[in-house]
Design a binder for this molecule. Structure first.
Ligand code: BTN
Length: 327
């Protein structure tokens, strides 16, 4: 961890003033070095009060993203082991895949303030303007068979849902496999991509896009998309949401890796499944049919009842729509 992040962590750790001397001792640097970092943080937009004989206190953390800001919200013991931050990039998934090819560690987190080639599922593009939303991708190297990779998608939806509840008080629901929906509109989309051999995963990248501070959504998607700010009437701090997503992802992922079994998490997932026990429309290639959604199956598939018989549908194979519109 670099010196800027350590000082930021010290300042965020408390509600009171931290003396310059304490920071010097804890971080093993000179008074001048501390003073320089404090000025740098102020220039980035942090409001820091400095009082002689008392020290420094953070009054306001702006909604900015930087490597130090993100690192300062990642808890000890997290699965996040490295952070790569871009003010602008093509797509955090593309970056994470390149890093995966180059041997980056499992737990590399790629975040961007803006993407100029954001990708959605089914080859769609994902609009990714600067300064508003979260575009993050986690690179993982799970020691499980490729057939279990879709479960990681399920875990990520649970992590985002819980984080949005914890940080913003939004009680979103999950649209299988991994959209987060609130007020009948989409708040988050997740794109999971994998590189694997027949029996071994090389890496998985989990790309998460959350609409956070958009005041309104572009006209073409305003009926189907919503942001955290639109739902709460408040500007949110993106770094806090990222920190919470990483915290909950670590909890769910470790649970899954220990057992390679989703059944432990199935009940929780189904509790938040928007179409649990409801009629849904399954769209598969050129085929469209109605069925009853019975919730998550053990392997991350969706259990449905079609013409009175149980069946499973696999993620990536179908699109599930509520019969009354987007949800
Ligand atoms: C979807 O709903 O279609 C999935 C959208 C996934 C968007 C995220 S934003 C971060 C990561 N980088 C990308 O290019 N896509 C994912």
């Amino acid at each position: 961890m670099d010196i800027k992040t350590r000082i930021l962590k010290e300042l965020k750790n408390t509600d009171t003033y931290v003396s310059g001397q304490d920071i010097c001792e804890k971080c093993g640097v000179s008074r001048t070095a501390v003073w320089k970092v404090i000025n740098q943080l102020k220039n980035e937009g942090y409001e820091i009060d400095s009082v002689t004989n008392k020290g420094y206190k953070i009054l306001e953390t702006p909604d900015i993203l930087s490597k130090s800001e993100i690192e300062s919200v990642i808890e000890d013991g997290s699965i996040v082991k490295d952070i790569i931050y871009f003010d602008e990039t093509d797509s955090t998934n593309t970056r994470a895949k390149l890093l995966g090819e180059e041997g980056a560690v499992s737990g590399t987190l790629v975040v961007a303030d803006c993407q100029n080639m954001g990708k959605g599922r089914r080859g769609r593009s994902f609009s990714s303007p600067a300064g508003q939303s979260i575009y993050m991708t986690l690179l993982l190297r799970p020691d499980t068979s490729p057939s279990k990779a879709s479960m990681i998608t399920i875990l990520s939806a649970m992590a985002v849902r819980t984080a949005l509840s914890e940080v913003c008080g939004i009680e979103g629901l999950i649209k299988w496999p991994n959209d987060i929906v609130a007020d009948g509109r989409k708040l988050c989309g997740i794109l999971t991509e994998m590189s694997a051999e027949l029996t071994k995963i090389n890496y998985v990248v989990v790309g998460i896009g959350i609409n956070v501070n958009n005041e309104k959504m572009p006209e073409d998607i305003e009926k189907i998309a919503v942001s955290a700010r639109m739902l709460t009437g408040k500007k949110q701090k993106r770094s806090l949401i990222i920190g919470s997503v990483c915290k909950w992802f670590s909890i769910y992922y470790n649970k899954f890796i220990e057992t390679s079994d989703l059944s432990l998490l199935k009940d929780e997932y189904n509790r938040y499944l928007i179409h649990m026990n409801k009629e849904v429309e399954i769209i598969r290639d050129n085929e469209k049919y109605r069925a009853k959604s019975l919730g998550l199956a053990d392997d991350g598939e969706l259990l449905i009842e079609k013409d009175g018989k149980p069946e499973t549908v696999m993620s990536g194979e179908v699109s599930v729509r509520g019969v009354y519109g987007y949800v």
